[in-house]
Design a protein. Structure first.
Lengths: 255, 407, 309
């Protein structure tokens, strides 16, 4: 079988009269940074939602790290090892930054009612570990000093970092980012690029949707291009830049 | 409120000191109040039960953000379970079972002994309380299950429906098998017996309880028991709030989709919220049944569900000290007013213009409307902004912005 | 044990009342996405005011024909109910238009309590007898019995629903209502004053509820300050059954629920082997609600609103 970390093929998704995805596939090797681009409405977020269990596909095979996984519900996907961020940041606004990331540890920890009430040794240790790891991750993404600020009071850029930290807290094999650079200026994008490379160097595979082509070209190992729900190109960034179909998709071409 | 604080995370010493002061006051209270008769302590006894209910509902509504309008059903379950298993009611039940199916009747007699024909079943409080908690928790999960995919206001209406269904069953489950004795309710429920001492006092002692040298009226004995249970409830819900599970509840409340994406099994976590909340209701119900000595369907209507909700809303949704305060205000205040306002009206006008019951309803209605319009976070919201639900904060922000632009 | 035809007839009568009330819920939900929890109590206000009018008429003009009394009662109750509902919207709901949906629901519950308490203070706590105003001669239809009052109710309900349909489909206000229900912002851009539409929606819903309230009193011969809660919840279930936000859904849902309840009460004894009797009648509406929301939240007419936020 392939050494791919993520191996997805044959994904079809229809919403009523609209065929949102037609036979979309993607293959990501471990340690890569893979980009997903395409004009607005191409189905990128829909594909993300299918991969991460938010939408149920009509057809498709899904394999993570050699094992099939079922995208039937978001929490099972998270458990299997795919964590995601959202296009329009979904933080737990009233919780502190630290608590947001601590929630990310939920899927890898297990204390329940008994532990909550009695706080016995194992529960206390787990709670301390959760807190420590959360602070570690906040530091890793560069917002450690805001640990106790309410998430909704953070700046836009910091909120995006927080969302990434929270996703990292689930110990994912694959980190799926939906437009993490949206709304950022050039400096922030550079910092984001650094962060993503840092994450990759830590051994986490990354799949990201983005509109900033320059950012993608300089960051991704491979790029897939969607248009109208179909995969129209896939390959190295340099190849994609010169691909006729891609250029037409973005510039309009001869329709 | 500035002197008293219960914010253990940010001001530990001050908050523990506040708690100590409050505890001392609570313990001293009955001894002082008894000088003026039993009614004041009895009012607080009921208030303490309501506080337990409000704290239980706070788990569902405050932590997890699920608006349960049928919460009193769990109170009813605990109360009726106690009524059935610690009073002569089981004898009546047995009679109806025997009429319906003699074989089943015989089986029951073999199981529980001959005397249930005449006496019914009388389980001890040590058995009843955990059982009430467990059965209520089960009902919590059962009634919560169909609501899991519903949006906020629909969830509210469905839970209301369940509350009503339970009440209707309690009112009618007396034929062909007499579980609940219908509209008349169940009487002669055993009082609580702890280590051989009955909290209703021994027969002929005029409801005085003698514990190791101390004598006190029965209502006082119950007071201390309920106070203890309240403290335990506060402790438990506080621990739940600041735990992995508590965070999961708040995550669901804030953004359910993000919560799922972070690996939280929202179905199970919501069911846990319903169950845990319900279990406190069930235990409070068991206490209520034993305290009052009888239960009837009237005590478990929609009005009561709403009353408990009003306490949570008024005090401070999600904030435990606030909820306790809301419970005290809405449970005790109307009764206090009744003792004050009715005689005052008699003196002033020669008749009672506004009855206590009317006053109570007015307070509940106004509490909910006024608080939602002007202080949605409640009278005593959480000092940690992190603990407050979004609505309240959005409002405050708007107000702060408005002030700043005026300045 | 009444005949099947009788059950159906009873169901139609009950269902017509539910339909009238359900329309109020569904219209408000359509424009505001809000469950007006206090709507059942508006029904009660209508009934109470109607009774008060009848008593005043009897005092001032004894000998007035029953039908006339009833007509004046209805005509008099409507504006009061409308005023109350419009006031509720203005005072309690308007400020919370952009708040998360739980806030107006809690407020609505509070308003409901206040309405009932005021009614308790004005009209007292005990049930009030509603006089028999129309002839008590039963009318026979195919082996079943129906009273004059019930016939009037059916007629009034049909007329009211027809008028509403006309309003919604053929008039400018109706178009505005449909536009706001679909997309308030765009409707605003098209020049529709959404506040006026919302006020009208509350007013119309209240008028229908007032009719239902007075006729309820006339039909059951007794009214009380708490009478609105249960019919209100049942009518809401009917609205959901039909497809919340859809006017035809409310009408269909109301009638269907009335019939389900009537048949259910009639046959539940047989269905459960004597375990449950007709005194469990009230649970049918709630069971229908739970089933609809679990199995087909969009209701009969298929309005996609009731599930995921």
């Amino acid at each position: 079988m392939s050494t791919a970390l993520l191996n997805i093929s044959g994904v079809n998704k229809r919403f009523g009269g609209l065929q949102a995805l037609t036979d979309v596939r993607i293959q990501i090797e471990k340690g890569q940074v893979v980009g997903l681009i395409g004009p607005n409405g191409a189905g990128k977020t829909t594909f993300f939602n299918v991969i991460t269990g938010l939408y149920q596909p009509d057809t498709g095979t899904f394999e993570l790290d050699g094992k099939p996984y079922s995208p039937s519900a978001p929490h099972t996907v998270a458990k299997a090892g795919i964590a995601r961020t959202f296009q329009n940041i979904r933080l737990f606004g009233e919780m502190s930054a630290l608590e947001n990331v601590m929630v990310g540890r939920h899927v890898r920890t297990h204390q329940g009612v008994f532990g909550a009430i009695f706080r016995h040794g194992a529960a206390r240790r787990e709670e301390a570990a959760i807190r420590a790891r959360a602070q570690e991750l906040l530091d890793f993404v560069g917002i450690g000093q805001f640990a106790h600020r309410a998430a909704r009071t953070l700046s836009y850029g910091d909120q995006r970092r927080l969302e990434i930290a929270r996703a990292l807290a689930t110990d994912p094999k694959l980190l799926a980012l939906d437009e993490p650079a949206a709304g950022m200026n050039a400096t922030e994008k550079l910092a984001l690029r650094e962060l993503l490379l840092k994450i990759r160097d830590a051994g986490i595979t990354i799949l990201l949707i983005e509109h900033d082509v320059k950012l993608m070209m300089g960051l991704c190992d491979r790029i897939s291009v969607l248009e109208y729900g179909k995969l129209i190109a896939e390959g190295l960034p340099a190849e994609i830049q010169k691909n006729q179909a891609v250029i037409e998709a973005y510039l309009g071409g001869a329709h | 409120m500035a002197l008293l604080t219960f914010d253990t995370t940010h001001k530990p010493r001050q908050s523990y000191a506040s708690m100590a002061v409050l505890l001392a006051a609570m313990i001293a209270f009955p001894f002082i109040a008894s000088q003026f008769g039993n009614s004041w302590v009895r009012i607080l006894d009921m208030a303490l039960l309501y506080i337990m209910l409000a704290l239980g509902l706070n788990i569902v509504v405050g932590f997890a953000g699920l608006l349960d309008l049928g919460y009193i059903a769990f109170f009813a379950v605990g109360a009726y379970l106690t009524g059935l298993l610690s009073s002569p009611q089981f004898a009546a039940l047995l009679e109806s079972v025997v009429n319906y199916s003699p074989a089943l009747g015989d089986a029951l007699v073999k199981l529980f002994g001959e005397q249930i024909h005449t006496d019914g079943i009388h389980l001890s409080v040590w058995f009843i309380v955990p059982l009430a908690g467990l059965v209520a928790a089960l009902f919590g999960a059962l009634l919560g299950a169909p609501t899991l995919k519903l949006r906020g206001d629909y969830l509210a209406i469905v839970t209301l429906g369940f509350g009503e269904i339970i009440r209707i069953f309690m009112n009618n489950l007396n034929d062909p098998i007499n579980f609940t004795n219908g509209p008349q309710g169940i009487n002669l429920i055993d009082p609580i017996r702890i280590f051989g001492v009955s909290l209703a006092g021994e027969a002929g002692s005029k409801a005085t309880v003698h514990i190791g040298g101390l004598s006190m009226p029965s209502v006082n004995a119950y007071y201390f028991l309920f106070l203890l249970l309240c403290i335990v409830t506060i402790f438990m819900t506080g621990r739940l709030q600041h735990s992995r599970l508590g965070r999961a509840w708040v995550a669901i409340r804030e953004d359910e989709i993000a919560a799922k994406a972070m690996g939280i099994n929202t179905r199970n976590v919501k069911l846990l919220a319903f169950s845990m909340g319900a279990s406190f209701g069930g235990v409070a119900g068991a206490m209520f049944a034993a305290f009052q000595g009888f239960v009837s369907p009237e005590s478990f209507s929609l009005t009561e569900s709403i009353a408990v909700l009003a306490m949570v809303v008024l005090g401070g949704i999600g904030h435990i000290p606030g909820v306790v305060m809301g419970g005290v205000l809405l449970a005790a205040l109307p009764e206090v007013l009744r003792h004050v306002v009715e005689p005052a009206q008699q003196a002033l006008f020669g008749k009672v213009v506004i009855e206590a019951e009317v006053l109570r309803q007015l307070l509940y209605g106004l509490a909910m409307v006024v608080i939602m319009l002007y202080r949605p976070a409640g009278l005593w919201p959480s000092p940690n902004k992190e603990d407050r639900p979004a609505a309240a904060l959005a409002k405050e922000e708007a107000e702060e912005d408005a002030e700043e632009s005026r300045a | 044990m009444e005949t099947f035809v009788q059950q159906i007839l009873n169901g139609l009568v009950l269902g017509s009342m539910y339909a009238l009330i359900a329309l109020g819920y569904t219209m408000v939900y359509g424009v505001l996405n809000l469950i007006n929890f206090a709507h059942g109590d508006v029904l009660m206000i209508g009934a109470m005011v109607g009774l008060t009018i009848i008593k005043l008429l009897n005092a001032a003009f004894p000998g007035l024909p029953g039908g006339v009394q009833l007509a004046i009662a209805i005509i008099g109750a409507m504006p009061v109910a409308m005023l109350v509902n419009v006031a509720i919207e203005r005072i309690a709901y308007r400020r919370l238009r952009n708040a998360p949906r739980l806030a107006p629901l809690i407020t609505a519950i509070g308003v409901s309590i206040l309405l009932r308490t005021f009614a308790m203070m004005i009209w007292g706590r005990s049930p009030l007898p509603f006089p028999q105003l129309l002839s008590s001669e039963p009318i026979m239809i195919g082996g079943a019995v129906i009273s004059h009052t019930q016939v009037l109710l059916l007629v009034l309900a049909a007329v009211a629903m027809g008028a509403l349909v006309f309003l919604v489909e053929k008039t400018k206000m109706g178009r505005a209502m449909r536009a706001v229900a679909e997309n308030p912002r765009v409707a605003g851009l098209m020049g529709v004053d959404s506040n006026r539409v919302i006020v009208s929606t509350f007013a119309i819903g209240a008028a229908l509820a007032a009719v239902a309230g007075v006729m309820w009193g006339a039909n059951y011969a007794s009214i009380q300050f708490a009478m609105g809660t249960v019919p209100g919840m049942k009518a809401f279930s009917a609205a959901v059954l039909g497809g919340i936000g859809n006017i035809y859904g409310a009408m269909i849902g109301g009638i269907v629920l009335g019939i389900i309840e009537s048949l259910g009460a009639g046959y539940i004894g047989d269905l459960t082997g004597g375990f449950l009797g007709s005194n469990y009648q009230d649970i049918f509406a709630f069971i229908v609600l739970i089933l609809v929301l679990t199995v087909r939240p969009s209701g009969i007419m298929g309005e996609r609103v009731a599930d995921r936020a």
